[in-house]
Structure formats: C-alpha cells, structure tokens
Design a protein around this ligand. Structure first.
Ligand code: ZN
Length: 213
C-alpha cells in the first residue's frame, strides 16, 4: 500500500534558465528546502490566496515519490527507489521571499505555508520510465506560462535521490519536488491554474480570495 507523504523535499534552482531569471548562479550542489506534508493539496481543490503576502507565484515541478527507503543510496540504484511520479506546484510568496533573502532568513514563511504544495495524482512506475524525458508545463486561465523538460534539470532524479539519502534516511512516501523551469509568474484570486506532464496527466486548481483578516 502507498504510504501517506511523510516529508516534502524541494529543490531550488535546479534549472539554469530559472536560476538566471532569479538573478542567481546555477548552484554547484543541490539546494534543498522542505515543506510540511500538510502543505499538500490534491487536484481540484480551491487554494486560498495566502493572507500574509501579495505576490503569489506558480512554479510547476515534476514530483517524485520514494517507494523503497534507504540511506547512502548510489546513483546507480537511485531510480529503483522511486515508485511514482507526477506534476505539481511549488507555490511561493515572492515578495516575502525577497525580504527573507535580503535579510538572510529561512524560507518557510514564503514557501511552506498551508496549501503551498498542490500535487497531481501519482502515476505508479511499473517498468522502465525515462524520468529524464518528461515534458511539462503550466497554464493560467488557458494561457501558457511555463514549459519545461526534465532533461534540463541541473541535478537529475538519480543524483537528487542519492544526494538526499546522504543527509536523510529516505522513507516510503517521501516526495521530491525537483525544481521549476523558467517563466514563474503571479497568480490572482479567481485564476484557474492547470499543470500538465507528458504521459502523466493534467491537474487543475483554482485560487480563491484571501481570508478576511
Ligand atoms: Zn520551486
């Protein structure tokens, strides 16, 4: 049986063109942060615009699920630890992130808030699946905003699993958001956001107005 997600690992700056649009360098090693599993949102859910910021950005990302746990996993064996894949969104409050970055503070407030991780339905990996050959993107109110291809990841799936397993003992159900391609941009209340990945499916969420303060 599939275990519920325990942890949500996320990669920052794993696509060179996105690192450039954020005015930063491509990293020499994977840059990792986490969201709580409680930030996950299934498809079709209304997402409340977070009340503590103003610039809510979409970041469409391929999401991997760990099926077999382990530590010190080699890159050669890494792919056999992944049991499913989907596409999701790493929702980010960019205005808050700018302030946090400038002050050298941690990112949880801008990236790990409630409903910050909408995630599609997982496609089980049953045979050889080429995780380096997935085309994906996101659309807002029908207009394309981001398009990416997993071959452009700076650190591909096997390297990410191996890297994370040297720091944390990976467990079944752990998720890995693999980073976003270029084209991140703002969302507003009333927007309908759709993500799609080749061979995986398409999933939709709607942004609802912020809670009255
Ligand atoms: Zn991201």
């Amino acid at each position: 049986m599939t275990r519920p997600a325990g942890r949500v690992f996320c990669l920052a700056k794993n696509y060179a063109a996105h690192a450039r649009e954020m005015h930063s360098e491509a990293p020499a090693a994977p840059v990792v942060f986490m969201k709580p599993a409680s930030s996950l949102v299934p498809p079709g859910t209304r997402i409340r615009f977070p009340g503590h910021g103003t610039e809510l950005h979409h970041e469409v990302e391929i999401v991997l699920r760990i099926g077999v746990g382990g530590r010190q996993i080699s890159t050669e064996h890494a792919l056999s630890h992944i049991d499913a894949v989907t596409v999701g969104l790493d929702l980010t409050l960019r205005d808050i992130q700018r302030d946090l970055k400038a002050a050298g503070l941690p990112w949880e407030v801008c990236k790990a808030f409630d409903q910050s991780a909408p995630v599609g339905e997982f496609l089980p990996i049953t045979g050889p699946t080429d995780l380096d050959d997935i085309e994906f993107g996101c659309w807002v109110n029908g207009t394309v905003r981001q398009r990416g291809h997993t071959r452009n990841m700076i650190f591909p799936a096997d390297v990410l699993v191996a890297h994370l397993s040297r720091i944390w003992t990976l467990e079944p159900g752990d998720l890995i958001f693999t980073g976003t391609p270029e084209g991140v941009g703002p969302l507003a209340a009333g927007d309908r956001i759709e993500v799609e990945a080749s061979g995986i499916g398409e999933f939709t969420w709607e942004i609802a107005p912020a809670e009255p303060r």
